[in-house]
Write a protein that binds this ligand. Structure first.
Ligand code: NDP
Ligand code: GDR
Length: 371
């Protein structure tokens, strides 16, 4: 018998990688996507199977975490062995703009899934993975952060995720459900959303190197993050649900890097050396040297500037995780370090931007509707 899994947030970065991973393991995967006015399935188009064919293993359903009725109906229909709750309004800065929606989707949305499983009497059948986050640690209480480090959330996103974390623990303890939190530190990839800082940097670096853009504006360059590769982290989501006991797990690389150094490494990847001068919002990054003959970039050119609008009302300054428990008990070993992650993201974005350059050189431009 094939195992059946539901993945919420299937159109997101992790949803796409996890779908491919589970399909390769022989699962039947039911992906839940919310309605949008355009197709937004780019990340999973390569997995699409025509529902009219026989033996379809990848099935998409419309679903929104703010609507418990659709969750109950789909879970009843599918009777899943595993549910991976990856759907969320996942942007920390944006959560300050839409705090109520964030609480509803990220916090109460998790409750809706747990409660649907309980209402349907699937407590002993269905295992649940909750996408918890290092943002729970927020204001630094302890370094490195482990499963026992106290939480101090610093954004509406993190507060909503804190509710989701504890309601998952509560349903496990109250109803004996196999429900677990993966406390995942930042994980990135070539398909990371374009407004998260790493992808924003690798896209802009590629465009600047190719002469398509002059500079990038960023916020807090001093923030430190423990960045890993999404491919390593989604493998761990699956391992968490295969463990003997339901528990909560930290997943991290154990190394931290500033945003500034991530910028330098990305430019370094294409042979462009940067130097930074100035402080706070006056800080700027300049081209110091260019060792790559493919890129005609002027020495001394200002390519990085700070814009206050990217600062958050409350910031998380330093994240660095200790994943010893996952390493020792589940044998998790990440395959990517930060240089390998940057290599993967930069090679992908350079190719993507070369396509844009080709179109630009060919005279293509987007026209207005009324032209
Ligand atoms: P993404 O932002 O790439 O994907 C989020 C997914 O959730 C998208 O498919 C999105 O749909 C969907 N979604 C958003 N709101 C709703 C809603 N109301 N109902 C149904 N679906 C919704 O996030 P990631 O893949 O990076 O992260 C996956 C999960 O892990 C998230 O919960 C995130 O908070 C958490 N997390 C992520 C970390 C990271 O570093 N990536 C680290 C720790 C935790 P659409 O495509 O339509 O927008
Ligand atoms: P984060 O990721 O908030 O850690 O949440 P993000 O990449 O948005 O920010 C990381 C750090 O970079 C600083 N920063 C900027 N951030 C963005 N987005 N844009 C900028 O221009 C910029 N300049 C500096 C930020 O201030 C921050 O300190 C991610 C999400 O995936 C969450 O869903 C997840 O839970 C956590 O990671 C772990």
């Amino acid at each position: 018998m094939k195992k059946t899994a539901i993945i919420t947030g299937v159109t997101g970065q992790d949803g796409a990688y996890l779908s491919e991973f589970l399909l390769k393991k022989g699962y039947i995967v039911h992906g839940l996507k919310r309605r949008s006015s355009l197709f937004n399935t780019d990340r999973i188009d390569h997995l699409y199977q025509d529902p009219h064919e026989e033996d379809v293993n990848f099935i998409l359903h419309y679903c929104d975490l703010t609507d418990s009725t659709n969750l109950i109906r789909i879970i009843q229909e599918v009777q899943p062995d595993e549910i991976y709750n990856l759907a969320a309004m996942s942007h920390v800065h944006v959560s300050f703009e839409i705090p109520e929606y964030t609480a509803n989707a990220d916090g109460i949305g998790t409750l809706r899934i747990l409660e649907a499983v309980r209402i349907l009497g699937l407590e002993k059948k269905t295992k649940i993975y909750q996408a918890s986050t290092s943002e729970l640690y927020g204001k630094v209480q302890e370094v490195p952060q482990t499963e026992t480090t106290p939480f101090y959330p610093r954004s509406p996103y993190a507060v909503a995720k804190m509710y989701a974390y504890w309601i998952t623990v509560n349903y496990r303890e109250a109803y004996g459900m196999y429900a677990c939190n993966g406390i995942l530190f930042n994980h990135e990839s070539p398909i990371r959303g374009e407004t998260f800082v790493t992808r924003k940097i690798t896209r802009a670096t590629s465009r600047i190197a190719l002469g398509l853009q002059d500079k990038i504006y960023l916020g807090n360059l001093d923030a430190q993050r423990d960045w890993g590769h999404a491919k390593d982290y989604i493998r761990m989501m699956w391992m968490i649900l295969q463990a003997n006991e339901p528990e909560d797990w930290v997943i991290a690389t154990g190394k931290t890097t500033t945003v500034r150094d991530f910028v330098k490494m990305s430019f370094g990847h294409v042979g462009i050396e940067l130097e930074f001068n100035g402080e706070g919002i006056k800080e700027k990054g300049y081209v110091k040297a260019c060792k790559n003959p493919d890129f005609q970039i002027e020495i001394g050119k200002e390519v990085v500037a700070v814009d206050e609008k990217y600062f958050r009302p409350t910031e998380v300054d330093l994240l660095i995780g200790d994943a010893s428990k996952a390493r020792e008990k589940l044998g998790w070993i990440p395959e990517y370090d930060l240089p390998a992650l940057i290599e993967d993201m930069m090679s992908s974005d350079i190719k993507l931007m070369q396509k844009q350059q080709y179109l630009k050189d060919g005279g293509y431009r987007i026209k207005n509707y009324f032209e």
